[in-house]
Design a protein around this ligand. Structure first.
Ligand code: PLP
Length: 358
């Protein structure tokens, strides 16, 4: 099999040991004689999987007891709709800090439900500090995208919203670093970057924020439905939840969030340092807001970008093309990207630059 390093923003690289375990158990899950894909979601074996996934996530993130953990479908994009449908009524206001394309999409859905007050940083390459006084007094919640997958930015410290619940889309960096869950009202993430395969979405929601959806809210868009039925109101994405559980096990075995953060910082520093010391590549993000997960960079012309991408692909570096709205390159280096992958990318970049100047 061809060896590649996968820098995709998502669906993204999964830990090799997880994929090997999936392969090993594919036809016979723990002696059941069946694949996990074939197990009833009402079976004891699947109940153990979903309970195990929740317990692992609770342990890794030290989720306080006054939070529910929910497994849903519809991706992070459906959360853009579910959040206002559950927590905002017509005439009420929610504040959204708009730090990139995904925040904008979240705003669009919230505007269909209630009033939205947006806070737009001057530049998409940095995120200023916000304080309680910046937000509407009567805001039902404040929404942030804590890591901006496309722009390659992240919050450096979360805003103090006082009594107003802080809601964060953590799709592209959940489990990548230490986190104090108690500072948030709701955290959500599509799984396909740091949690597992696409198809499952995780929400960690403070208990007092459940049960506020209006009567006409469809059952599957009401958080309370998932709480009441242990995320098993209807058929959940069983295979994705099984792989997610294996990923969480892998995170635990590899030092938990502390271990992930140390590895992620080392990888990110290596790549940013290579970019900053290069005469060819650059990254526009303010150092304190640089993402540890998604690192955009460009060469000095579209022509050189295209040549870099072509040669990188031939050398086994996959999905390095930047998002179409930003151009250039983007290396997504999620938890499962080994340090060796980043080292080899840096060597490749250095060689490319040297050859170009010869
Ligand atoms: N939010 C962020 C920060 C993302 O990076 C993405 C996808 O890349 C989404 C939301 C959309 O996620 P989904 O495709 O699960 O709806």
């Amino acid at each position: 099999m061809k060896t590649v390093y996968n820098f995709s923003a998502g669906p993204a690289v999964l830990p090799k040991p997880v994929l090997e375990k999936v392969q090993e158990e594919m036809l016979d899950y723990e002696g059941t004689g069946m694949s996990v894909m074939e197990l009833s979601h009402r079976s004891g074996a699947f109940q153990e999987i979903i309970d195990g996934a929740e317990a692992l996530l609770r342990g890794l993130l030290r989720i306080p007891d006054d939070f529910h953990v929910l497994f849903m479908q519809g991706g992070a994009s459906l959360q853009f709709s579910m959040i206002p449908l559950n927590l905002l009524c017509p005439g009420q206001t929610a504040d959204y800090i708009v730090t990139g394309s995904w925040s904008k999409k979240a705003v669009k859905e919230a505007e269909k439900v209630g009033e939205v007050r947006t806070h737009l940083p001057d530049s998409q390459h940095s995120i200023p500090q916000f304080s309680r006084d910046d937000f509407s007094k009567d805001a039902r919640y404040v929404h942030i995208t804590s890591n901006n997958t496309i722009e390659g930015t992240r919050f450096n410290g979360y805003p103090d919203t006082g009594e107003i619940p802080l809601i964060a889309d953590m799709s592209s960096h959940i489990l990548s670093e230490e986190l104090d869950v108690s500072k948030f009202g709701l955290i959500y993430a599509g799984a396909q970057k740091n949690l597992g395969p696409s198809g499952v979405t995780v929400a960690i929601i403070r208990k007092d924020l459940v049960g506020h959806a209006p009567e006409h809210c469809p059952a599957l868009l009401d958080y309370e439905t998932y709480v009441k039925h242990g995320s098993l109101f209807n058929t959940p994405p069983t295979f994705a939840i099984y792989v997610l559980k294996l990923v969480l096990q892998w995170v635990k075995e590899n030092g938990g969030l502390e271990g992930m953060e140390a590895r992620n910082r080392e990888k990110a520093e290596l790549l940013y340092s290579a970019i900053d010391h290069s005469g060819l590549f650059s990254n526009p993000v303010l150092p304190e807001n640089r993402s540890l997960m998604n690192i955009p960079f460009t060469a000095d012309s579209d022509e050189v970008n295209a040549r870099f991408l072509k040669e990188a692909k031939e050398a086994g570096f996959e999905f390095l093309k930047g998002h179409r709205s930003v151009g250039g390159m983007r290396a997504s280096i999620y938890n499962a990207m080994p340090l060796q992958g980043v080292k080899e990318l840096v060597d490749f970049m250095n060689n490319f630059e040297r050859e170009l100047s010869e």
